[in-house]
Design a protein around this ligand. Structure first.
Ligand SMILES: Nc1ncnc2c1ncn2[C@@H]1O[C@H](COP(=O)(O)OP(=O)(O)OP(=O)(O)O)[C@@H](O)[C@H]1O
Ligand SMILES: [Mg+2]
Length: 319
């Protein structure tokens, strides 16, 4: 249904998206996962025909988005990063306006608007001016406008941003309910978001696709790691400390950083969560005549986990 083929997008000299290819099948919900500035929004803008590609092509339902933009816009619903809502219109009149532009037949207008409001749970604010709604409700209106013409394909750029936890669950359920009848790409930088809604995940970082996997596989990779943090002083050779730490059974990697202020070194050691070799770490530090000031364990934050994931996957692909 969606074929992205060797897509590159440059802004002047800067390449925001580089030679990206992936496909989305009919009825699939695919997560587009990446940190800030990865190129998610740029890719989505090209898919929806709002930006032209610098190289490569995108086809939606067989239509080239650049050459046959009009046909594509009819079958795509798009929730941009910043919902294109008109503050001076009421929710209902805005959605009617959008439905008309999207070519919904006049006899179906009311029905389509009511259905979109019901799906996004905003019927109770139908008469309110959009400008007076909370951020979360405005986000739902944005979602409603993307759905109002019942498009085959939905491109949702961070659909749960700005919503409260209850609304996030509602919107996730709504998106899950679109499966089979719609083809959906949703972008996010939050991993649980994709685990809960998507059947497949495309991971993008710095404009490159790093991996495609199922959420289950991603979660498995992430659940297995934690970090042990050491603060040590007396280090004269960073490399030697690194070798010492990585020689310990069960240590996957170690990052060492010097703290100018108190002249200590911080070592962040990545281990499996089943790791039980902490005493050996302490012994090796002492045996190397270093002072151990602190040793603590922490589960990876989502950001760290994501970065590690991106890095390991890069490594995997180079093997
Ligand atoms: N119109 C533009 N002109 C120049 N550079 C741009 C433009 N739009 C985006 N960029 C740059 O392209 C890169 C990718 O941006 P993009 O908005 O696609 O990232 P993103 O993955 O959506 O990030 P976020 O999670 O912050 O929304 C960034 O470095 C950004 O600064
Ligand atoms: Mg973005």
């Amino acid at each position: 249904m969606i074929e992205v083929c060797n897509l590159t997008k440059n802004y002047g000299d800067f390449t925001a998206v580089s030679n990206v290819s992936f496909n989305v099948k009919d009825g699939e919900i695919v997560g587009f996962l990446g940190p800030n500035a990865a190129g998610k929004t740029t890719t989505m803008r090209v898919i929806t025909g709002y930006l032209s590609p610098s190289a490569g092509s995108v086809k939606v339902d067989g239509y080239d988005v650049y050459e046959q933009g009009m046909q594509v816009k009819k079958i795509i619903g798009y929730l941009p990063e910043k919902p294109p809502v008109y503050p001076d219109l009421s929710v209902r009149s805005y959605l009617k306006f959008v439905a008309e532009i999207k070519g919904v037949a006049s006899r179906d207008l009311n029905k389509s608007v009511e259905a979109a409001m019901e799906k996004t749970a905003i019927t109770n604010v139908a008469h309110k001016l959009i400008g007076n709604l909370s951020k979360g409700y405005q986000q739902r209106v944005g979602l409603a406008q993307s759905l109002v013409h019942n498009p085959k394909v939905l491109i949702l750029d961070e659909p749960t941003v700005g919503l409260d936890p209850t609304q996030i669950i509602e919107v996730r359920n709504l998106i899950k309910g679109l499966k089979d009848s719609h083809t959906v790409i949703l972008s996010t930088h939050i991993l649980p978001e994709v685990s809960m809604t998507c059947s497949r995940v495309v991971i993008i970082n710095k404009g490159n696709i790093i991996a495609e996997d199922t959420p289950a596989n991603l979660t498995k990779r992430m659940a297995t790691d934690e970090t042990i943090e050491l603060i040590v002083s007396g280090v004269s050779d960073d490399k030697k400390l690194h070798e010492t730490l990585t020689s310990i059974v069960g240590v996957k990697s170690a990052d060492i950083a010097f703290n100018e202020t108190d002249k200590t070194h911080k070592a962040s050691i990545l281990v499996k969560s089943s790791f039980d070799n902490a005493p050996e770490i302490a012994q090796k530090i002492i045996a190397a005549n270093l002072k151990l000031h602190k040793m603590s364990t922490s589960e990876l934050s989502l950001e760290e986990a994501f970065l590690r994931l991106v890095n390991t996957m890069k490594g995997d692909e180079q093997k």
